[in-house]
Design a protein around this ligand. Sequence first.
Ligand SMILES: [Zn+2]
Length: 240
Amino acid sequence: MPSLTLQGVVLRYANYRERDRMLTLLTPDHGRVDVLSRGCRRPNSQLMVASELFVHGEYVAFQSHDRLTLTSCTPQDTFYPLRLDAYRLTCASYLVSLVQAAAQPEQPAEGMYALLLQGLYRLSYCLSDPPLAAVNAFLLLYAAEAGYRPRLSHCIHCGKPLPAGRGARLDTEAGGLCCDACRGEGQYALTSAQVERMRGVLEGGFDAAGCEADTALFEAMRCYVENRLECRIKCSQFLP
Ligand SMILES: [Zn+2]
């Protein structure tokens, strides 16, 4: 019976029959993978911990017909602190929902996998930083990873360079910042500090996320990303 070892993070689960769960994992090599976790809702099941949301671990499954069934798992991180804070939990749920919307079966997702682990790590363990700062950084890096990095250096409409130290407008439809002369509908006005933070995050990752719960930047980036996904992510209604 062919056995498969997968590094993965649980993006979602659906309870199935009386004691089973169908897990959806994000894996770096195979993208989105569905695995049946049989008996995991039985008390004392060895698969119980591995079958919870956000768990990162090494999953071993066997393949029969078209289905993968979990045989064992070595959890590396359960991101347990997320369970102690409802707001951080909502933020983490938003991250995994976004990743689930982008990931495809059998499409390698190394970058997205690494990004998700960093985001979950920030939300779980960097307790002095506001969760929304990590979510905002995640949205930007996610857009870049999914292939629609916003253009921040030049106006998306007229092409003029956008000078440092000046505010700009995020045109969520057109895919980047624009200058005052190109103002129009559906744009979000951003301050120079917000623009600098966006540039910083795209260059330097989460470390440049700052420590502000910037709700205006969140609204702009949520609109930008969810427009491109062409769907509303349900749990984002509870944010910011
Ligand atoms: Zn312009």
